[in-house]
Ligand binder design. Structure first.
Ligand code: PHE
Length: 329
């Protein structure tokens, strides 16, 4: 095949365009510059050219050879660089596994309860875990000789400071800070000298308090029943209120819920004792209040069918991972 030297550059460019492998480029190189390559053949045709034209044609061929050599060399560089990039980006590398964290079931239950009560206008109010005797006992009408004040039940730092034994102490802080009327929910850790398979020395409670004019025991019953229906997502669930005793409420009650044919105690509640209101300068003739306190672990055990209290505090990753999908609830 006779090829005109002026077309050779374009021909090469076309060949290079479709070439992406070193091996193919070698073949292209010998097609143009090899022993029987186009350029070599053109050079050997020099001798047939009339002598007066030979010099000009020769230098034209030299230029052409340089251009062609350069284009091929650049393509070699190009192919090498592409190979390095694809080697660095190993498309077969397995994707990295993203490990998401999850909320602890206790936190999930706190959020769920906060959400339900926020629809009734309750706001979260946090109080300190280290308390004085006054906030944990005295202001709540708990007498000096009450057994709960005993060293066997309460962790004392000294004769005055202690770890709160219930979130009821936050009732006092909330009423001191906000006065009446108010609706607050106080979640948090509480501590008692107690440790066995069903008791942990640290556990969680949520305290609820509503003080307003005309708050009655029927408001308390309606509120807590509605809360239980919403928490367990069933209106068919059976509840009952049993008379009980707490120094800071009068009357006092305990609420039971029926699970699998058995009554289970879920919370303590009552009407805020007039002495407690007096302690925070709220007039008990004008205002009345309802209060309740519940153990969060118990609600978490019922909500997620957990049998052993200790799993909440062992931080076993296999246990915690099961709550990953409940992150947003
Ligand atoms: N503080 C009580 C307890 O720890 C619960 C409670 C709170 C009872 C508020 C009545 C009113 O058992």
């Amino acid at each position: 095949m006779k090829i005109n030297h002026t077309d050779l550059e374009d021909l090469l460019k076309k060949d290079l365009e479709t070439c992406s492998k070193e091996h193919d480029l070698q073949q292209i190189k010998s097609k143009y510059l090899g022993k029987k390559g186009h350029v070599t053949i053109l050079f050997s045709s020099l001798k047939d050219i009339p002598s007066e034209e030979r010099k000009a044609f020769g230098s034209e061929l030299n230029n052409l050879k340089q251009v062609i050599t350069k284009l091929i060399d650049l393509k070699f560089v190009d192919i090498k660089r592409n190979r390095e990039i694809t080697q660095r980006l190993d498309l077969d590398t397995p994707a990295r596994h993203h490990q998401f964290g999850s909320h602890h079931p206790i936190s999930l239950v706190i959020r769920r309860i906060e959400k339900i009560f926020s629809n009734f206008g309750f706001e979260t109010h946090e109080g300190p875990e280290i308390e004085t005797e006054y906030y944990n006992f005295e202001s709540l009408n708990i007498a000096d000789n009450h057994p709960a004040r005993d060293m066997h039940d309460t962790f004392y730092f000294d004769s005055n400071l202690l770890l709160r034994t219930h979130t009821s102490s936050v009732q006092i802080h909330a009423m001191e800070n906000r006065s009446a009327p108010l609706r607050v929910l106080a979640p948090g850790r509480v501590y008692r000298c107690d440790s066995d398979p069903t008791h942990s020395p640290m556990f969680h409670q949520i305290e609820g308090l509503c003080v307003d004019t005309d708050i009655s025991f029927s408001n308390l019953k309606w509120l807590l029943n509605d809360f239980i229906y919403k928490f367990f997502e069933s209106k068919k669930i059976k509840t009952r209120f049993r008379p009980s005793y707490f120094p800071f409420t009068e009357p006092s009650a305990e609420m039971d819920v029926m699970f699998n044919g058995k009554w289970l105690e879920v919370l303590g509640c009552g009407m805020v004792h007039p002495n407690v209101l007096k302690n925070v300068n709220i007039d008990p003739k004008k205002y009345s209040g309802l209060a309740f306190g519940l153990g969060i672990e118990r609600f978490a055990m019922l909500a997620y069918q957990i049998k052993d209290l200790r799993v909440f505090f062992e931080n076993d990753i296999n246990f915690l991972e099961q709550f990953e999908n409940l992150r947003e609830s």
